[in-house]
Design a binder for this molecule. Sequence first.
Ligand code: HPA
Length: 276
Amino acid sequence: MNQVYEKLQNCFKSVREKTDFIPEVALILGSGLGEYAEEIEVAATIDYKDIEGFPVSTVAGHKGRFIFGYVNKVPVVIMQGRVHYYEGYPMTDVVLPTRLMGLLGAKTLLLTNASGGVNKEYKPGDFMLIKDHIASFVPSPLIGENIEELGARFPDMSDIYRKELRAIIKEAAKEEGVDLREGVYMQLSGPAYESPAEVQMCRILGADAVGMSTACEALAANHMGMKVCGISCITNMACGITDQPLSHAEVQETADRVASLFKKLITASVTKLGER
Ligand code: HPA
């Protein structure tokens, strides 16, 4: 068996020994946004370290566990803390949790992240619905022997962040009175924040926000036929737009400031996504 698939199957078995919960929606919580998981009706939690072979996140502020439970009756699995490429894991490990949530039953994936605003009209604290992504600057998680059990060698990418799901999230945001922008997310490897020239490059290439995650997960989920959508929290303006130096503390501060709005938006979105 393909080694990547074998590892995934082992993780799947390990989770299934602990819970038979079948999620409908999978939710990945971005940096500073992990607190959302405290809000839901919990059915089971599994620490990543208790799953054999599972990549464990090392970033401060990122918890490492799956939470299974319900958001207004919608069965969900929440990744509280994701795995980043900059931690040194191969891309196939970075997307293993995403694939695992798909195998566990999740048909829909809602990705969230913290990002730097590249579009000069954005402000820290804005939310951006991800319309499309640029992932060409990080290795594809699909490189290597194709896992036929999951999807095609050359998957279509024309509607990764599904239009139908974006319409649902826009409706949820409107009902909750949360302003939502819509734009293109660009993934770079990190861990250093971008230089001003790199941010300029992102803008010229058509990005509205830049970050260190998400696109690779969307790619893997799309490959295996999950329906993907994503919301980015613009925690800061990307480097060079203002004279201010960037820090992880600023990212965290903004995420904290908008946490209650974010929770409202996620709850309303997940509820509507589950009603489909
Ligand atoms: N750049 C990359 N990743 C980020 C940023 C940023 O400015 N802010 C939060 N995550």
